[in-house]
Design a protein around this ligand. Sequence first.
Ligand code: DGP
Length: 107
Amino acid sequence: MTDCIFCKIANGEFNTPFIIETDDYVVFRDINPKADTHVLVVPKQHYESLTELEDESLLGKLLGGVKKAAKELGLKSYKTVINTGKEAGQEVFHLHIHVLSGNIKGV
Ligand code: DGP
C-alpha cells in the first residue's frame, strides 16, 4: 500500500535496520519504545489489522518471528501485543506484533 509507513519500512525505503528479515516479515525497533527492548514484527504484505488478515498461516510465521527476535535479542521474558482497532490503541494500520521486555510501560 503506497501510503503506509510500515509498507515503506518493510520495503527498505527508510533504510531502517532490520533485526530479522525473511520473505514474509521484518523485525525492527519501535521508534517510541515502551520497554527496555521494544521491537515490532511486521509482515511484508499489507493487512490493515488482524481483522483483515486473510492468510491465517501468516500468523504462525509472525509468531515464529517473535521467537526468533527474542532469541536474537537474548530475551528470556517478554510480552507480545497486537492492538486491533483505534479504540484498542492501534495507531499504525498495518498488522504488527509488539515484543516488549524489561520495564514494560504498556502499549
Ligand atoms: P500500534 O499502537 O499498535 O499501532 O503501534 C504502532 C507502533 O509503531 C508505535 O509503538 C510506534 C511505532 N512506530 C510508528 N511509526 C514508526 C516509524 O516510522 N518507525 C518505527 N520504527 N516505529 C514506528
